[in-house]
Design a protein around this ligand. Structure first.
Ligand code: DLZ
Length: 157
């Protein structure tokens, strides 16, 4: 059996991080996690650009516009949605997730899904760098692996 999988080499690649400002404290932790993962795997500071948008709902539009420039090898989408008392959370979570998913289908580069959708502050703490890891870091590592895997698939053609 021939097995093809991606590796985690960020050297020579350019990355965009799109992060929303809502729940900024937690979002900043996700950004730090993503940035540190990229640097640890060979990215230079200058190869990473952070785009800040208002809320999670806006992330897909920004991510798509970034992808259209063709200046980046991958886009890491980071946001923090915390459930409130109304159904608003469900509408925004759903649109954000669908939007990032659609971007993945419509563009040739990987998009990392590092938007956390949580019920309360404890869950946000857990997922932005403590008990449940750092979802920003995970999204960045996924983008790295996918960049490499897609390159390898292209190399088969
Ligand atoms: C409106 C809103 C609410 C209620 N909650 C969040 C949230 O938890 N996280 C987040 O990133 N954004 C939230 N927003 C803002 C929306 O994402 C969006 O920015 C506004 O509805 C304006 O389009």
């Amino acid at each position: 059996m021939i097995k093809i999988e991606g590796n985690l080499n960020a050297s020579g690649k350019r990355f965009a991080i799109v992060a929303s400002r809502w729940n900024e404290f937690f979002c900043d932790q996700l950004v730090k996690g993503a940035q540190s993962a990229l640097i640890r795997h060979g990215a230079s500071e200058e190869s990473i650009t952070l785009f800040r948008c208002p809320g999670a709902f806006e992330i897909p539009q920004v991510a798509r516009r970034i992808a259209s420039t063709k200046k980046f090898d991958g886009v890491i989408c980071l946001g923090v949605l915390i459930r409130g008392a109304t159904p608003h959370f469900d509408y925004i979570s759903s649109e954000t997730t669908k939007g990032i998913g659609n971007a993945t289908k419509d563009f040739d580069i990987p998009f990392g899904y590092g938007v956390i959708t949580v019920d309360n502050l404890d869950q946000a703490i857990e997922r932005s760098g403590s008990k449940a890891g750092n979802k920003g870091e995970e999204a960045a590592l996924t983008v790295l692996e996918m960049c490499s895997l897609l390159e390898k698939i292209d190399g088969l053609i």
